[in-house]
Design a protein around this ligand. Structure first.
Ligand SMILES: [Zn+2]
Length: 336
């Protein structure tokens, strides 16, 4: 079946990844017929399309924040017990770490070394080893939300590990390192670019993402608004509210998420409103600061981990000693 329906506004074509908005009666009729067909053809419990297909755009439950705790609950209880045994105080602030693309040190070109959004696999591994050696706990975004709402206590030495854009290097290089140390992490995906291989940096595909679902949870970095214009502004902040809401609804439906990282860290009053209209509850920026309980949950700061952050600076961030800096995400592609 080609047509997959995600919500009452949008029809999505699985093969071409093109979406059609329902704006007139004719289309609404098509929508109703397609809905009836879809539900008639789907077995019970798989109301959304393609549950058995490894490359399915939608795999109910896998990416669901409400269900995500079930996947690795035992590992996380063990990790939390380890921290509790240290008798550390409760966290008053949590560093959220932000990574983008990873490249092996020996393969890195001169241009890649100049790009703040690329760090070496070796540097990343050393940072994760530091976290593990010092018994840090890597919380999920769902746990972070519970913490921010006052519904969960997290110990000092909690971090949240995030990646933006969805590069294949995340599943290829970061995944085994995170798995080795029992860490979980979030990837904010630009859903229209999943599996893209063109001339730019390869993006992780659906089957990659699914295979790595025991470590990563997937959230939105917009569906197709991660486009930077000449003035440096992203389509996410220059588009109109209806367009932003529509875009975010697609990505929300594809990933079953309520969490969004703003493209290039840029946000505006209109885009924040649109994001809330689309049902998102947490929004992440690139302002380098800690997440605290009183934080505005649609402007949660994160520390971009650039290559010039040496292990000492990294430790300072994780131990709660860093000052506030604003780092705007740069395009990774042009420097390649
Ligand atoms: Zn990005």
């Amino acid at each position: 079946m080609t047509i997959v329906i995600y919500d009452k506004h949008v029809i999505y074509d699985k093969e071409t990844l093109k979406m059609t908005t329902l704006r007139n009666y004719k289309k609404i009729t098509a929508f109703v017929i397609a809905t009836i067909m879809l539900f008639c053809l789907m077995p019970a419990g798989a109301a959304y399309a393609g549950a058995a297909d490894p490359d399915s755009l939608l795999t109910p439950g896998i990416y669901d924040a409400a269900d995500e705790g079930i996947n690795s609950l035992k590992a996380r209880i063990a990790a939390l017990e380890k921290i509790i045994s240290l008798n550390v105080p409760n966290a008053e602030k949590i560093p959220i770490l932000l990574y983008h693309h990873l490249v092996g040190d020996s393969e890195m070109t001169a241009a890649q070394r100049q790009n703040d959004m690329i760090i070496s696999v070796e540097q990343f591994s050393a940072q994760m080893k530091f976290l593990s050696d010092n018994k840090f706990y890597a919380a999920s975004l769902y746990e972070l939300e519970l913490y921010l709402n006052g519904d969960m206590i997290l110990p000092e030495r909690t971090v949240v590990i995030t990646f933006d854009d969805g590069y294949r290097s995340n599943t290829r290089y970061a995944y085994p390192v995170l798995k080795k140390y029992g860490f979980q992490a979030a990837i904010f995906l630009i859903t229209s670019t999943i599996g893209e291989r063109g001339s730019g940096i390869e993006k992780a595909g659906w089957s990659d993402l699914q295979k790595c679902g025991d470590v990563f949870q997937y959230h939105s970095h917009s569906h197709n608004l991660h486009v930077q214009q000449r003035d440096g502004k992203s389509a996410f902040v220059t588009s109109g509210a209806p367009e932003i809401t529509e875009d975010l609804l697609i990505s929300k439906a594809l990933l079953s998420t309520s969490y969004l990282a703003y493209p290039y860290g840029q946000t505006s009053r209109v885009s924040r409103r649109a994001m809330m209209d689309a049902g998102y509850r947490m929004g992440f920026t690139t302002v380098a600061d800690y997440a605290v309980r009183k934080v505005n949950q649609i402007e949660i700061p994160r520390f971009t981990i650039t290559p010039n952050i040496d292990i000492g600076a990294f430790e300072a961030i994780c131990f709660g000693l860093a000052g506030v800096v604003v780092v705007e995400e740069e395009p990774v592609e042009p420097a390649m």
